[in-house]
Design a binder for this molecule. Structure first.
Ligand code: AMP
Length: 282
């Protein structure tokens, strides 16, 4: 596996691969890799000739007071995991290279899809995401880029950006990978105390309960949301950021639960904010 820290060298490598007729997969990450990330890498390895994984903790997608400084990092361990998955190139640029002091160009998606859920709780977050993802696309020139359903809203925004700005690539969705007990894998899970870790199971439990309610015929969004709230509020360490039930195609509001429904939530345990979601087809 080749390590690239230099943007121009990464771009030249990608250009050379394309010239030789090789298809390129890109898996953008912030590192501290777990099986969730590796599911994206495995899918990329299966579908493309060359696999590039980027590891970059993107400062502009973190708000003031968020965990940019504390975000876990371990490039050595990540490299070893990626070697095992037969990744061709690891792109790990420096912050100053990605955002020189003079940096003033951003890519921003507007509208309902960015305004609710994480967009409401983390102002500026998605602008940071769409900007860095655009840069990564231009640097790594992928034919396909792999994103996890874990970050459902991010995935939808990136898909919309690719469509509307005509990026010449395909976005591949990869299902959520969970721990055996149901907790969605996340680099942030290491922040949790044992007590918080135990209570964090309530995210998936609440989602599954909502799914069950819908399957049993409940269609009232308010009722389903209230039941989820009650279940989560029974956990003393949990503080709900949001519970959202929306159209899974575009995050538009639903009158009742019909069609493809995205149930998503963000819950804080102390300073750790966890997200999870589930799609139900009614
Ligand atoms: P991150 O490093 O957290 O920015 O995540 C990088 C990519 O991995 C994103 O596309 C995430 O959606 C995806 N990802 C993170 N955790 C999981 C998971 N548990 N299952 C599937 N994909 C994931």
């Amino acid at each position: 596996m080749q390590l690239f820290e230099n943007i121009t060298k990464m771009q030249e490598w990608a250009r050379e691969q394309k010239k030789q007729g090789q298809s390129i997969a890109l898996v953008p990450t912030m590192g501290y890799l777990h099986e969730g990330h590796l599911a994206l890498v495995k899918e990329a390895r299966r579908q493309c000739d060359k696999v590039v994984v980027s590891i970059f903790v993107n400062p502009i997608q973190f708000g003031a007071g968020e965990d940019f400084e504390q975000y876990p990092r371990d490039l050595e361990q990540d490299s070893a995991l990626l070697e095992k998955e037969r990744v061709d190139a690891l792109f790990s640029p420096g912050i100053r290279d990605m955002y020189p002091g003079s940096f003033q160009t951003f890519v921003e998606a507007y509208g309902e899809i960015t305004e609710k859920m994480c967009g409401a709780s983390r102002p500026g977050h998605f602008k940071g995401v769409t900007t860095v993802v655009s840069k990564l696309f231009n640097i790594c020139q992928p034919d396909r880029a792999y994103f996890g359903q874990k970050d459902a809203q991010q995935l939808m925004i990136v898909e919309k950006m690719v469509r509307e700005l005509n990026f010449p690539l395909e976005i591949i969705r990869v299902p959520i990978v969970r721990e055996k007990d149901g907790l969605a894998m996340s680099s942030r899970n290491v922040y949790l105390s044992p007590e918080e870790r135990a209570e964090a199971l309530v995210l998936y439990r609440a989602l599954k309960m909502a799914e069950e309610e819908i399957k049993n015929g409940e269609r009232e969004i308010g009722i389903i949301r209230q039941k989820m709230e009650e279940m989560i509020e029974a956990c003393p360490r949990a503080a709900i950021d949001y519970i959202a039930i929306n159209n899974a195609n575009d995050l538009s509001e639903l009158q009742t639960c019909t069609g493809k429904v995205l149930i998503a939530l963000a819950v804080k345990f102390g300073k750790t904010r966890l997200i999870d979601n589930l799609i139900v087809e009614v």
